[in-house]
Design a protein around this ligand. Structure first.
Ligand code: ZN
Ligand code: FE
Length: 252
């Protein structure tokens, strides 16, 4: 049973942070902390006190505010190895409890080698950092395509009704690309219209559900027959098709 409250807020040009709050205990976690002032403003807006930070990866737009928030709140920092200020190191398959709720960590390298995603089974939520976006996936800065494909497969195994919180509002640009590799996907085309409407209303397109991503995100659909035909890659491996889609997006 879901018992946590969620507050998503925008910071920098296109980042999203999320606060997770337990009304019973008062525990509050911040998913990433790229901008200490933005996180502080969000905490003040809700009247919540920061007790935990879950860090996804070492990029500055995700951890630049860590030292200041930790000094101000004395909060416990959970994250991958290599980030200054992490108290509890987590790796693939680690489990810990936040406010009585189990959190499982998935190592999803590809964008960076250290990337950790946080999955809360009882809440049906996953925080995918810069691995899986709405209609997209992270650029391959440190890993390669087979590594990222393997990481995305870990997320694809989660229940389809899992709510996917990703870290950037890139969806409109992702949508413009997605239709070039999967033009005849009716669900994708309908989603693109929904996204355009949300953005013109100034609304976020994050979170989404894993079911939506499985049906419309080309980076999860390397096994799809129509996409393979469209790319002239009917006999390629899924990892090869994913690599081609990722490369086309890089050049889009
Ligand atoms: Zn990043
Ligand atoms: Fe980022």
């Amino acid at each position: 049973m879901a018992n946590l409250e969620y507050f998503q807020y925008a910071y920098m040009s296109d980042n999203y942070g999320v606060l997770l709050h337990c009304p019973q205990s008062g525990a509050t976690a911040s998913i990433d902390c790229g901008d200490a002032q933005a996180t502080t403003d969000a905490l003040n807006q809700k009247g919540w006190a920061l007790t935990h930070i879950f860090a996804t990866h070492h990029h500055a737009d995700h951890v630049a505010g860590l030292a200041q928030l930790k000094a101000q709140h004395g909060c416990e920092v959970i994250g991958p190895t290599g980030i200054n200020g992490v108290d509890n190191l987590v790796a693939d398959g680690s489990r810990f409890t936040f406010a009585g709720t189990e959190v499982q960590t998935l190592h999803t390298p590809g964008h960076t080698k250290d990337m950790i995603n946080y999955y809360l089974p009882a809440e049906k939520t996953v925080f995918t950092g810069d691995t899986l976006f709405s209609l997209g996936c992270g650029r391959l800065f440190e890993g390669d395509a087979p590594m990222m494909w393997n990481s995305l497969n870990k997320l694809m195994q989660l229940p389809e009704d899992t709510i996917v919180y990703s870290s950037h509002e890139y969806t409109e640009a992702n949508a413009a690309f997605a239709v070039t590799v999967d033009p005849d996907n009716d669900e994708l085309n309908a989603r693109v219209e929904k996204i355009k409407q949300l953005r013109s209303d100034g609304e976020p397109t994050v979170p989404s559900t894993l079911a939506e991503e499985l049906a419309t995100n080309p980076f999860l659909r390397a096994g799809d027959r129509k996409i393979r035909q469209h790319l002239n890659m009917t006999d390629a491996t899924d990892a090869e098709v994913f690599a081609e889609i990722r490369q086309r997006k890089d050049n889009f």
